[in-house]
Design a protein around this ligand. Structure first.
Ligand SMILES: CC[C@H](C(=O)O)C(=O)SCCNC(=O)CCNC(=O)[C@H](O)C(C)(C)COP(=O)(O)OP(=O)(O)OC[C@H]1O[C@@H](n2cnc3c(N)ncnc32)[C@H](O)[C@@H]1OP(=O)(O)O
Ligand SMILES: [Co+2]
Length: 141
């Protein structure tokens, strides 16, 4: 497998509204997209565009949010994961499993509307890693 484009850096926050204000007023982010809920993934999401990638702000949504534990340990929030693009999500899943890495669950639809999965941080040098199928041109995400 060839290292693909860094699609986004996931940043967990207890308050997406406060984080939007930070990226707008301190970091000078021009375009702030509207936050949206991803109940199936247990997060509220807001993408902040950078010149060459995105910051994905994520806030726990619901009791069983997968980031509730992270926010409990890091009440101010913090860098949570990184996401790379791949051309074929299923081939990528087999690749990581073949390398003995723990793929967390089956591929599912992520915040860009394409299939994603996560690889356990303990198998990735301590970095929770999201793998995402590259959005198809002309398909809105
Ligand atoms: C999918 C929508 C959107 C998108 O981009 O499309 C998103 O990205 S949503 C992002 C939120 N969803 C997820 O993160 C799903 C995958 N994550 C998980 O399944 C869990 O967070 C998991 C398994 C990585 C950790 O679960 P939990 O926090 O409940 O377990 P522990 O606290 O026991 O942690 C186990 C072990 O991992 C270390 N850890 C936990 N979180 C992270 C992290 N974000 N980065 C690095 N390391 C992390 C933790 O310190 C523990 O280490 P240990 O040495 O065993 O103590
Ligand atoms: Co993500």
């Amino acid at each position: 497998m060839k290292l693909g484009r860094l699609n986004h850096v996931g940043v967990a926050t207890p308050s997406i509204e406060k984080s939007i204000a930070f990226y707008r007023d301190v970091m000078g982010a021009e375009v702030i997209r509207e936050p949206f809920d991803l109940p199936a993934q247990g997060v509220k999401v807001c993408f902040v565009d950078t010149p060459n990638s995105q910051i994905e702000l994520i806030e726990p949504l619901g009791e069983s949010s997968p980031i509730a534990g992270f926010i409990a340990k890091n009440p101010e929030g913090g860098q949570h994961h990184i996401c790379y693009e791949v051309p074929d999500i299923h081939a990528a899943k087999s690749w990581f499993e073949g390398k003995g890495a723990r793929v967390l669950g089956e591929p599912r639809i992520g915040a860009h509307g394409t299939l994603i999965f996560f690889v356990h941080p303990r198998d990735m040098g301590g970095v929770l890693t999201e793998i995402m199928e590259t959005p198809r041109p002309g398909v809105s995400h």
